[in-house]
Design a protein. Structure first.
Length: 146
């Protein structure tokens, strides 16, 4: 179990990174496994948040450099969906990235922020805050159970 607690943090980083991209993956399960194995909660939260935020940054820049055809083919997000959420993205700006943890909607928000080139630094900051909040709640609940 100690090996999982130590080396599991690397796996947690990779899982969180992948989950932050357009690849569907549940990194919360890995977070729970690492915590059950004895990893420190704060360390695990930092590792998961950094990994997931960097994965989200990849998604942002896929939107930033993407053509509508690419986003439909590789991102599975129709151009019409991006156009549909553009008024909300313009209204809330980078703060919308706080909702990046919401399954399905989160990737659309991050891709849209990148596609419409809305404040990369602030989008990343708000996205990181949202992801940290999600992992903190999940990690704390796991910690209560174990």
């Amino acid at each position: 179990m100690e090996a999982l607690a130590t080396y599991g943090l690397i796996g947690l980083f990779v899982a969180a990174f992948v989950a932050g991209t357009l690849i569907p993956f549940n990194s919360e399960i890995v977070l729970s496994a690492v915590l059950i194995a004895g990893a420190d909660l704060m360390t695990a939260l930092v590792v998961a948040t950094i990994g997931n935020s960097l994965g989200g940054l990849v998604t942002y820049y896929m939107g930033h450099i993407g053509k509508p055809e690419w986003l439909e083919k590789y991102g599975k997000v129709k151009h019409e969906k991006l156009v549909q959420i553009q008024p909300q993205l313009n209204r809330y700006g980078p703060a919308a990235a706080t909702l990046s943890f919401v399954p399905g909607l989160g990737n659309v928000i991050i891709l849209g922020l990148g596609f419409f080139r809305i404040a990369p630094f602030w989008s990343f900051l708000f996205m990181t805050f949202g992801k940290l909040a999600r992992y903190a709640v999940w990690g704390y609940m796991t910690d209560l159970v174990i």
